[in-house]
Write a protein that binds this ligand. Structure first.
Ligand SMILES: NC(=O)c1ccc[n+]([C@@H]2O[C@H](COP(=O)([O-])OP(=O)(O)OC[C@H]3O[C@@H](n4cnc5c(N)ncnc54)[C@H](O)[C@@H]3O)[C@@H](O)[C@H]2O)c1
Length: 250
């Protein structure tokens, strides 16, 4: 039987974060669904509770340390110490480099990289005390292949891959594994915003038609990979970057 451990999923109110929260709860974890969008987090927590699972919705902006601290105090009080962390929350940006402005750069990096650093650092004492922890970080295929108009976003995701590897090396002796799931083109609200906004150089159907598996990925397919890295079974797996991308990058 799965030992009941507490999981925190950032950006748990939408897309892959929602799917991962639901799956972790289905596996018997108590799940803290954290999102800047309080209503979205609440809806996912209610969905988990309705299915018989245990969940807590918490509203916080991961780029704000005081909000993350307050959220963790609430989670620890209600569910206990956090030993599974899925760093999933992020924002996207499509912009040619020449048109990028400093404000956009700073906000995206504050959420995608600094937010990742803040949440991981704040959760770490719980994992160290348990001498057991699982950190799963969502990167992106674009950080591995490059993507037009996405230099800023892919830079942040390249940072996630680099930090995954460094933290894995730093924390392995403490019983903590750190891995990354690198999604390809996944059918979530984030991807739909880009499709609806006509932000790709060619229609998305044309992009996915060239993949070995010629379709968009599903959030549930990312959740499955996240839950493997979060499992007891993955205790000897660390510092890895798993592409879940239909074969779009090898
Ligand atoms: N959808 C794709 O095709 C794709 C591809 C590669 C990588 N990714 C990555 O996968 C992860 C999940 O993406 P998704 O498509 O499910 O996105 P999404 O936009 O559907 O969901 C992201 C969630 O994060 C929350 N969030 C945003 N900023 C936040 C903040 N500052 N603090 C707390 N919560 C915040 C949002 O409110 C939202 O609920 C992200 O890291 C994304 O960069 C997505």
């Amino acid at each position: 039987m799965t030992e009941r451990k507490v999981a925190l999923v950032t950006g748990g109110g939408s897309g892959m974060g929602r799917a991962t929260s639901l799956r972790l709860a289905g596996e018997g974890r108590a799940v803290a669904v954290l999102d800047i969008n309080a209503a979205a987090a609440r809806a996912v927590a209610e969905e988990i509770a309705a299915a018989g699972g245990t969940a807590l919705a918490v509203a916080a902006d991961i780029s704000r340390r005081e909000q993350v601290r307050a959220a963790l105090a609430e989670i620890r009080g209600a569910l206990g110490p956090v030993t599974i962390l899925v760093n999933n929350a992020a924002i996207e940006n499509f912009c040619p480099l020449g048109e990028l402005d400093d404000e956009t750069w700073d906000r995206l990096m504050a959420v995608n990289l600094k937010g990742f650093y803040i949440v991981t650092q704040e959760v770490l004492p719980d994992m160290e005390a348990a001498t057991w922890g699982r950190v799963v970080n969502l990167s992106a295929i674009g950080a591995q292949t490059g993507a037009p108009d996405m230099a800023l976003y892919t830079a942040s995701k390249g940072g996630i891959i680099a930090m995954t590897r460094s933290l894995a090396v730093e924390l392995g002796r403490k019983g903590i594994t750190v891995n990354s799931v690198s999604p390809g083109f996944i059918d979530t609200p984030m991807a739909r915003r880009a499709i609806d906004g006509d932000l790709f150089p060619v229609p998305y159907e044309q992009i996915v038609a060239n993949y070995p598996i010629p379709r968009l990925g599903l959030p549930e397919e990312i959740a499955a990979a996240c839950c493997f890295f979060a499992s007891e079974d993955a205790g000897y797996v660390t510092a890895q970057v798993l592409g879940v991308n239909g074969g779009a990058a090898v």
